[in-house]
Design a protein around this ligand. Structure first.
Ligand code: CMC
Length: 428
């Protein structure tokens, strides 16, 4: 018999269904609670609320497990390319050779920006934050591709997804070039996904940037590791905007805005700034730990802690090893990696971090890896966004295919003044 939860409020006793996920996670279904009792639930940051059923990504924060469509993240570290993973997330299965070839062609065919959109880069201040540009330009795609304002079937979803996944890379590279006052470099249809981004960022007219296989592989891995992470802040934002039936471009642009925040994707920038401060002698590692523990300081140990992981984030583990490998293969040393290791060691021995189960998250080592590839700090969160885009699209698609999906509209507990009268301005 299906499990039920019993809730007793005053002299009322009601039964609520318990839903069980495919990995055994149990959730009390409270959708009829208000109707039955007049009560709502109070969970301000939704830390204890499942907002949807999803088949895309599984995270077990206690055991440090992450799987895309059932496949453990560790299995993505060698073979697949990012485009394959994007397809897996969006369409629910690994692509056949034909599907992958066809989708890759769609990406290549859509890598250019409309000239009208391209010209807009000239009007952006050179020092504009790339995340602001990315969000604005993704939203702007809706002006140039109005045929996708309503996505009615899987063909048009695929075409819209291909445009987004391909053009995000061009937009990202153009925003970097703009910030450097350099001429925009067009995409090269002969290059693979990651190599093409690096080419658009770093080639000069008549001087092609030679992409090293180590750097290309590492960027591919960074994108894969960021590709989805179930109902995180930016994905929930995409779903919230999408729940109003806003178009895919607008929904993903909103996701970029959420991701920009330093508690979310912006943490990869903050981590490197913090490590640089320590390296330059402005702060010692010990002082950094002390400040992070002091609630009055307003300082956090960036790249540490997670709402869901109460164990080592599996992505951080993979990135740490990759940092060492890539730096080794490029014959480089980065003192920031040594500082990061020391900070990690100090934190993992400190009762504050141990008791709260705060471990390195994906952002702790990703910045060091991106630095090793020559990616400037300003572009770290943009790289996170490029990686996360397939996840946002997959979640948006799943939401739109769910017949039970309704507009997301939470309740509140009002704590403001009781009814009051308007006072004319001359009587105040
Ligand atoms: N430094 C110091 N204290 C921390 C940290 C940290 N990085 N993270 C959590 N805590 C403390 C927090 O103050 C709380 O203390 P207390 O119990 O005394 O009030 C306790 O640990 C539990 O925090 P929590 O409820 O687990 O945290 P949360 O779920 O509200 O926030 C977080 C999660 C990721 C925003 C937070 O850990 C944080 O601010 N980390 C630093 C920023 C960061 O690295 N963000 C990237 C997150 S992972 C990838 C992504 O989403 O982009």
């Amino acid at each position: 018999m299906a499990e039920k939860a019993t809730l007793i409020v005053g002299d009322q006793r009601i039964e609520l269904p318990v839903i069980v996920g495919s990995e055994g996670e149990r959730a009390v279904d409270i959708t009829t609670l208000r109707q039955q009792t007049g009560l709502v639930t109070f969970d301000p940051s939704l830390g204890n609320t499942a907002v949807c059923k999803s088949e895309i990504t599984f995270v077990d924060g206690e055991r440090g497990i992450l799987r895309y469509r059932g496949i453990p993240i560790e299995q993505f570290t060698n073979k697949p390319n990012f485009v394959e993973v994007a397809w897996l997330l969006i369409f629910g299965h690994l692509p056949s050779r034909d599907e992958l070839t066809e989708f890759s062609h769609q990406l290549t065919d859509n890598e250019l920006l409309h000239e009208g959109l391209k010209h807009q880069f000239q009007h952006i201040p050179v020092d504009a934050p790339p995340m602001a540009i990315l969000s604005a330009m993704l939203n702007n795609l809706a002006c140039f591709h109005q045929e996708f304002l309503a996505v009615e079937d899987v063909e048009s979803l695929t075409a819209a997804a291909a445009r987004l996944i391909s053009k995000v890379r061009t937009i990202a590279a153009f925003s970097y070039r703009r910030s450097q006052g350099l001429p925009l470099i067009y995409p090269d249809p002969n290059l693979r996904y990651c190599a093409n981004l690096l080419h658009m960022m770093f080639s000069l007219p008549y001087r092609q940037y030679i992409v090293s296989p180590e750097v290309e592989d590492a960027l591919n891995l960074v994108f894969i590791l960021h590709a989805d992470h179930e109902q995180n802040c930016s994905t929930s934002t995409v779903r919230t905007v999408g729940s109003a039936r806003a178009n895919l471009f607008a929904s993903c642009a909103a996701g970029v805005s959420a991701l920009w925040g330093p508690l979310h994707g912006g943490a990869n920038v903050e981590v490197v700034r913090m490590l640089e401060r320590i390296h330059e002698g402005g702060l010692s590692a010990e002082e950094c730990i002390r400040l992070a523990k002091d609630k009055e300081s307003g300082f956090r140990l960036f790249g540490f802690g997670h709402r869901v992981y109460k164990n080592y984030d599996p992505r951080a583990k993979i990135l740490q090893g990759t940092c060492e490998r890539v730096l080794g293969s490029l014959n480089r040393r980065d003192p920031l990696l040594d500082i990061a290791r020391k900070l990690e060691e100090l934190a993992l021995q400190d009762p504050y971090f141990v008791e709260r189960r705060l471990y390195p998250n994906v952002d702790f080592y990703s910045g060091i890896l991106l630095r090793a590839m020559g990616i400037p700090t300003d572009m770290f969160t943009v790289c996170f966004a490029i990686g996360r885009l397939p996840g946002w699209i997959a979640q948006w698609k799943e939401q739109h295919e769910d017949a039970d999906s309704r507009i997301i509209r939470p309740r509140q507990v009002y704590t403001g003044p009781n009814q009051a009268d308007y006072v004319p301005i001359d009587q105040r």
